[in-house]
Ligand binder design. Structure first.
Ligand code: ADP
Length: 274
């Protein structure tokens, strides 16, 4: 429609320009569609717990002469309120990683500290499921980046590993330095023996609000935003996150991020004359 009309009008200017204009329009449309989807998704995700809270508060009022029922409904209200809080917090985190340039206040961040923090965050949940957590290889390694964002990224991966694993399994976190043409990278692999992710879903799990099993994700307090945040943090640090998985066997999520020494050298290069 519109794009074609524009292309017809500017056709005499040369096919190269026409192509650029059409591509621009298509890209603008795509961005607009993504934005609209996102707003629709957020609205839907907010509506679910708010709707539940509203119904539950009515139930509490109707059950005012049955203290046991009141207690039961109040408990469920608490769960829904927690869900709402998690969602809002993750939305804030996502908007922060999308808007802030992480390298503006980058510093060397010790991998050992990041791993300890991530493990701490999941300690309670891992304990109830009797999941063993083991970390190795982190000594002396540092990443060049934004401490808060890196902590959020690794924390999400470890949290997922625990959430999507059955009881009495093992979650491993292994770090190492790998040589790469643009400077050394730090690789952190989070491996679980959980439910795994099918090939079809593997391509989509990094999308905002995508969940393989929405019911299960909600049960564990998931928002569907965690891996989108991880992917964004990795990319804005000049790194990447990849996933390997075998259904029913487990998954490995691997973060590759710039090593502190190498990245700092690169930054210094920019300021050197000549
Ligand atoms: P959620 O808040 O639902 O965990 P994420 O963005 O972190 O959202 O993950 C998206 C989906 O990817 C999850 O709902 C889950 O289906 C799947 N997933 C993520 N990590 C794992 C894992 N370690 N093992 C199996 N499935 C996973």
């Amino acid at each position: 429609g519109e794009a074609l009309a524009v292309s017809a009008r500017v056709a005499p200017l040369g096919s190269r320009l026409v192509l650029l204009l059409v591509e621009d329009l298509t890209e603008a449309r795509r961005i607009e569609a993504v934005r609209r989807d996102f707003v629709a998704n957020v609205s839907h995700e907010l509506k679910t717990p708010v709707g539940a809270l509203s119904l539950l508060s009515e139930a509490v009022m109707d059950a005012s002469d049955d203290p046991e029922a009141v207690e039961r409904f109040a408990g469920r209200m608490q769960i829904e309120a927690t869900r709402l809080t998690n969602l809002v917090q993750e939305l804030i985190d996502l908007s922060r990683v999308q808007n802030d340039d992480p390298l503006e206040d980058a510093e060397p961040v010790r991998v050992g500290e990041l791993v300890a923090e991530a493990v701490d965050r999941c300690r309670h949940q891992a304990g109830t499921k009797q999941i063993t957590m083991a970390a190795g290889g982190t000594a002396e390694l540092s990443i060049w980046g934004n401490r808060g964002q890196l902590a959020a990224a690794l924390g999400n991966l470890v949290e997922n590993a625990v959430n999507y694993s059955p009881a009495r399994t093992r979650v491993g976190i292994a770090a190492r330095r790998v040589t790469a043409p643009g400077g050394d990278l730090i690789e952190i692999a989070v491996t679980d023996q959980g439910i795994g992710i099918s090939e079809k879903d593997r391509e989509r799990v990094f999308e905002r609000f995508y969940r393989v099993d929405p019911a299960r994700s909600r049960q564990t307090g998931g928002t569907g935003l965690g891996l989108a945040i991880v992917k964004h943090v990795a990319a804005s640090h000049g790194g990447e996150v990849t996933v390997w998985s075998s259904e029913g066997q487990g998954s490995t999520f691997t973060l590759r991020l710039p090593e502190a020494g190498a990245a700092r050298d690169r930054v210094t290069d920019h300021h050197m004359p000549g």
